[in-house]
Design a protein around this ligand. Sequence first.
Ligand code: ATP
Ligand code: MG
Length: 346
Amino acid sequence: MNIVLTGDRPTGRLHLGHYVGSLKRRVEIQNAKTSDQIYIMIADAQALTDNADNIDKVRRNILEVALDYMSCGIDPTQSTIFIQSQIPELCELSFYYMNLVTVSRLQRNPTVKNEIHLRNFKQSIPVGFFTYPISQAADITAFKANIVPVGEDQLPMIEQTREIVRSFNSTYQEVLVEPTAVLPENSTCSRLPGLDGAAKMSKSLGNCIYLADSSNDITKKIQSMFTDPTHLRVQDPGHTENNPVFIYLSAFANDEHFRAFLPEYQNLSELKAHYERGGLGDSKVKRFLNDILQAELKPIREKREALSNDVGQIFEILRQGSLHAQKAAATTLDQVKSAMGINYFK
Ligand code: ATP
Ligand code: MG
């Protein structure tokens, strides 16, 4: 039995990092038809843990994220798309799991540590934000998901979930399933850097190319990308490591793209070697990246435009998906409560 669960926070439209880090893999898994169930969650409740005063942003982005999913090929007849806050069972599960995790264990979570630092919370960390790894364990286990396709920043969350599952199963009864994180095969894709060269492209950092960006915006963003600061003149030798333009090329370029847009090179190794030797200008490399991303994103943007003509239909899909997900979560919660012996009236 293969059950897949993943999700995204509706804190903004989805970007290239989501696409190569997780979304592309979800579509492949869906189309391979090897999974019994696929759940894709719009994590609005998690988004509120650091946006409590910004409900409009979260509300608005639910539709944007749903459009991004479907324009990339998530098919609601094969995958259940649902909204986290509509499944109250997830809160109940979190409440019981909280007793299985210590404060110091949460404090050690490197992703949470880093996010607290990035958000400049200092001493004012919302309790909900601090405990979101526990709520994420509820999201995964509620559906008995064994496969979770994610980017690298999520590995500590999956590890935390596995610990909660082991603790629950040994303290009470074997009810929960230990999930496995599935990272993209190409390691560049598991943490795509931002346009500014920051470690991660992230909605909250505003350093993104969004899937819905216009053709002009994509070109402008690529033109202003950070490259190698030591590569001042075309003839200078350049560095391809830590150079976001080359990192994006390793995430996106294939030999087909070379044949179509840059036939004087066979593949990325040749292009890199030329840049490192000197004599290859940034603008030519950027033009190539632009050609690739335009080709990749055009069909997604067109599908998105068509889908956004019927917003009512998208919300109906989310309503149906949430109903379906709620039933599955309720079954697990029943099993959890009876394993714990708190099903007093049954
Ligand atoms: P926020 O800044 O609000 O946290 P985000 O851009 O980090 O937003 P999330 O909704 O937190 O996006 O992440 C959703 C999924 O996308 C996760 O599986 C995460 O690992 C993956 N992901 C996010 N950013 C990247 C990235 N730059 N590279 C690869 N995967 C990513
Ligand atoms: Mg994030």
